[in-house]
Ligand binder design. Structure first.
Ligand code: GDD
Ligand code: MG
Length: 347
């Protein structure tokens, strides 16, 4: 089975973290989200991936290459300019000659594929949109359905009072290659604003099915942190690397913990991390691989990406630190988002 991963957005609400990486490459529990997604889909029978990217696409290419290390095939459909969600699909047409899956790669959701594929087959439409239910649908694509699950209307980001339901586009589709006939080539096209409304109007059979299971848009710092806390609490059953050294404290390999360190669960520590004496880590702390945490550092409700150096006596609260952050000793960070590692990576 083939999957197209849409990874070309700018991730503006997560800036500055997304200044030099695409949002789907932001780590969740010390591993790029895109890697969690590819591994999950591989384990559910997807072996061919096309990654549609633009902004910092090189970061994705350098990380995954041709996918061999993950036992999958990955090709890249790079866009000369952002082609939009449908334009990106059209741009990958030559690889998508059979039924395929599409994912908004910035959505944290590890769906069970079999029931969704069964639903699609049984209904026989050109497209199945996977749905989820939210309290406020106004920042999503909202659908109105009939009793059979057929979608009668698809409205992208309606005003709250105009939303026909609280069922929204979860950012995953099962599509027949025939949809390509409805997408003009070499121009920017939105699947949400143009293609879905057109497919519905032309009565091609667009169906929607609600996927159960954990679903979050990780697009803002608050939501990005919450996904981590849900993973640590096991409300989101994400595979986590590490050994549980005390209840709720997961630690990678080759971690040096000095005397007097206090872990307040839940906590996740990556591989090759050094923690100085009398540091207090947690509750809710994720420390990436190859980090050094100085002595007497306090770190709570905070995510630190790989290879960072947090010097002695720093206080980190409710913050996110990008790759290779170095903090001065004794500094206090509250509600901060830091990205110091500005190596330019062009698309
Ligand atoms: N290759 C490529 N090219 N990918 C793109 C482009 C592009 O020009 N524009 C956006 N994408 C990718 C983004 O990286 C993201 O993975 C996905 O397409 C959706 O784009 P967003 O910009 O993140 O859209 P959104 O979050 O406002 O809304 C979308 O997601 C909601 C679910 O969170 C829509 O699909 C909504 O209908 C949906 O409810
Ligand atoms: Mg999005």
């Amino acid at each position: 089975m083939k999957a197209l991963l849409l990874a070309g957005g700018l991730g503006t609400r997560l800036r500055p973290l997304t200044e030099n990486i695409p949002k789907p490459m932001a780590p969740i529990a010390n591993r790029p989200w895109l890697e969690h997604l590819i591994i999950h889909l591989r384990d559910h029978g997807v072996n061919e991936f096309v990654i549609a990217a633009h902004h910092c696409s090189e970061v994705i290419r350098r990380y995954f290459g041709d996918g061999k290390s993950w036992n999958v095939n990955i090709t890249y459909a790079l866009e000369p300019f952002p082609l939009g969600t449908a334009g990106a699909i059209k741009n990958a047409e030559r690889w998508l000659d059979e039924r395929f899956l599409v994912f908004n790669a910035d959505i944290v959701h590890l769906p069970q594929l079999i029931p969704l594929l069964d639903f699609h087959r049984q209904h026989g439409g050109i497209a199945t949109i996977v749905l989820t239910e939210v309290d406020d649908p106004s920042s999503y694509g909202v659908v109105e359905q009939d009793d059979q699950g057929q979608i009668l209307r698809f409205i992208e980001k309606p005003r709250r009072e105009e939303a026909p339901s609280n069922r929204i586009n979860a950012g995953m589709y099962i599509l027949e290659p025939d949809v390509m006939r409805y997408i003009p080539a070499e121009q920017e096209v939105s699947i949400e604003r143009e293609t879905f409304p057109r497919l519905i109007e032309e009565n091609t059979g667009v169906y929607g099915i609600v996927s159960s299971g954990y679903w979050r848009d990780m697009g803002t710092p608050a939501r990005y942190r919450q996904v981590h806390w849900d993973a640590l609490n096991r409300e989101f059953p994400l595979p986590i690397k590490g050994r549980e050294i005390q209840p709720g404290v997961f630690v990678g390999e080759n971690v040096k913990i000095s005397s007097g360190v206090l872990f307040v669960p839940p906590v996740l520590i990556g591989h090759n991390v050094k923690i100085g004496h009398q540091a207090v880590i947690g509750p809710y702390a994720v420390i990436g691989d190859d980090c050094q945490i100085g002595s007497r550092v306090h770190c709570a409700h905070t995510i630190v990406w790989d290879r960072s150096l947090i010097r002695d006596r720093s206080r980190l609260q409710n913050s996110i630190f990008g790759y290779r952050t170095v903090t001065p000793a004794g500094e206090v960070f509250e509600d901060s988002i830091i990205n110091q590692f500005k190596e330019a990576v062009q698309a």
